[in-house]
Design a protein around this ligand. Structure first.
Ligand SMILES: *Cc1c(COP(=O)(O)O)cnc(C)c1O
Length: 248
């Protein structure tokens, strides 16, 4: 994508780590166009794929720039960092999606601050999110993260344990079970990407509780995810540019 790295900004230096509003808007437009092209190419309804712009490590100014350019849903992985942005941008109607690993001592804050959690993979976490979802907010939208690649370093429930988790989550009144999320092992091969995503789609279809969301696909593999039925793609790098290495 040739908007990547191109300086379309005002020429003024940007805040440390910020991509610049014009760059963000240009990248966002390019990603939106590509999502629309993927919908058309793979027989999906126009507008059936929602972009969740993954803003982890990026400053609130970048989120604000994307929001001004029409982006509503943002994904964050790290609670402390997310909390600062959520506070800085409060009152604008931004939809916040938690897509990081959920530690049980963080569930209260996640339940209070986020509209969605994509990464529920244990009943204990689901119960805590349910119990801690504040009165006066609608039920928390939840996706169950499935480990389709069988990597033991990754979060996610094993496919054969999924039905039991579905049942447990569906019984929580303050959670709205929406669907499945996955982050398969990276591969450059389109057919392999698609096969992993098709597995997630099949698990959702076979669920005893109806699901309307498939949260699959990142910058590297969202076309395959859309081909397999993604309703939500979680895209960071293609929207906001490369992230600095963690800890650096
Ligand atoms: C960081 C992240 C993304 C976005 O990845 P990009 O390659 O930057 O598009 C998507 N999903 C999850 C769970 C992530 O942690």
């Amino acid at each position: 994508m040739n908007v990547a790295g191109r300086n379309t900004g005002s020429g003024q230096p940007s805040a440390a780590g910020a991509t610049g509003a014009a760059d963000v808007a240009a990248r966002l437009a390019a990603v939106r166009a590509e999502i629309a092209a993927c919908e058309a190419r793979h027989g999906r309804e126009p507008g059936s794929v929602t972009l969740v712009a993954v803003s982890k490590t990026k400053p609130a100014a970048d989120v604000a720039a994307a929001f001004e350019a029409g982006q509503k849903a943002f994904g964050e992985n790290y609670l402390q960092e997310a909390g600062e942005k959520i506070e800085a941008l409060a009152g604008r109607g931004i939809e916040w999606h938690f897509i990081g690993g959920v530690q049980s001592n963080k569930t209260a804050e996640i339940a209070a601050r986020f509209d969605w959690v994509h990464t529920v993979d244990r009943e204990k976490i689901a119960r805590r999110l349910n119990d801690q979802r504040p009165e006066g907010l609608p039920p928390l939208n939840v996706c169950l993260q499935v480990n389709v690649s069988g990597e033991d370093t990754k979060g996610g429930v094993a496919p054969d344990a999924l039905p039991e988790l579905v049942e447990a989550v569906a019984g929580q009144p303050r959670l709205a079970l929406r669907g499945l999320m996955a982050l398969p092992a990276p591969t450059p091969d389109f057919d392999a990407q698609r096969a992993a995503f098709e597995t997630v789609a099949r698990l959702a279809r076979e669920s005893a509780v109806p699901m309307d969301v498939l949260s699959i696909g990142t910058s590297a593999d969202y076309e395959a995810a859309i081909a397999a039925g993604a309703t939500h793609v979680r895209i960071g790098t293609a929207v906001f540019g490369p992230r600095a290495p963690k800890g650096g």
